[in-house]
Design a protein. Structure first.
Length: 220
């Protein structure tokens, strides 16, 4: 019966994860108007909140996040510093660009001369490496844009030589100056967790049927 208890608990665990993920996805997909950042700290704002930021891109120093795929195709995501009117800098993810087939030929992500503008996007964390993903800090000796894979905030700030906000901004798909931006919440969809929960409970039911079937035979 220990296995039965384990299967039931695993089912509840996955179901609870699914409900929590469902709440996250609902908040992510909610079409809320962008808030003005004002003087608030980025760390004080809820993850995935939409913000309106006024400032200018600094296209001379950009990062290409390696190991980022879209539709099964390998490529990069483009991180560009954005300088706010009060001097603070935040990295803006301008979207995904495809791998060109040569590791020594990075895609052209240059921008026109920086001009003041207002952009909208979602607050997000830097992507973290999975078990099969490698980490590579930006090479200080490499030219810009610098290639990097799952870098830390401190590594990016050190490469730029400036203070960076600890979060990034995912540029809205409707905002100009970006690439492929089909953002979605991180991790598995809620339905996957619910499916796993049902599987665990199915195992528990099969075990229960076997237990009573075997014991009924012994009594007979």
């Amino acid at each position: 019966m220990l296995l039965l208890t384990l299967f039931v608990r695993l089912g509840h665990w996955q179901w609870n994860k699914g409900e929590a993920k469902q709440a996250v996805w609902a908040e992510y997909e909610r079409d809320a108007p962008a808030q003005a950042l004002d003087s608030r700290a980025f760390d004080s704002i809820n993850r995935f909140a939409r913000l309106g930021l006024t400032g200018a891109f600094e296209p001379e120093h950009q990062f290409l996040l390696d190991n980022r795929s879209h539709g099964g195709q390998p490529g990069y995501e483009v991180l560009t510093p954005f300088r706010l009117g009060d001097g603070r800098r935040v990295l803006v993810n301008r979207g995904w660009v495809p791998f060109g087939g040569y590791r020594d030929r990075l895609p052209d992500v240059s921008m026109a001369a920086a001009a003041p503008l207002t952009i909208t996007g979602r607050i997000e964390e830097l992507p973290s490496a999975g078990l099969a993903s490698g980490h590579a800090a930006p090479d200080s000796a490499a030219p810009w844009p610098k290639l990097t894979s799952f870098p830390t905030h401190d590594e990016l700030a050190s490469a730029l030589g400036v203070t960076l906000q600890h979060r990034i901004v995912l540029l809205d798909a409707s905002a100009p100056g970006g690439y492929v931006r089909e953002w979605s919440p991180p991790g598995m969809p809620p339905s996957r967790h619910f499916s796993y929960a049902i599987q665990w409970w199915g195992f528990a039911l099969v075990l229960l049927v076997l237990y009573f079937g075997l014991n009924f035979r012994k009594v007979s």
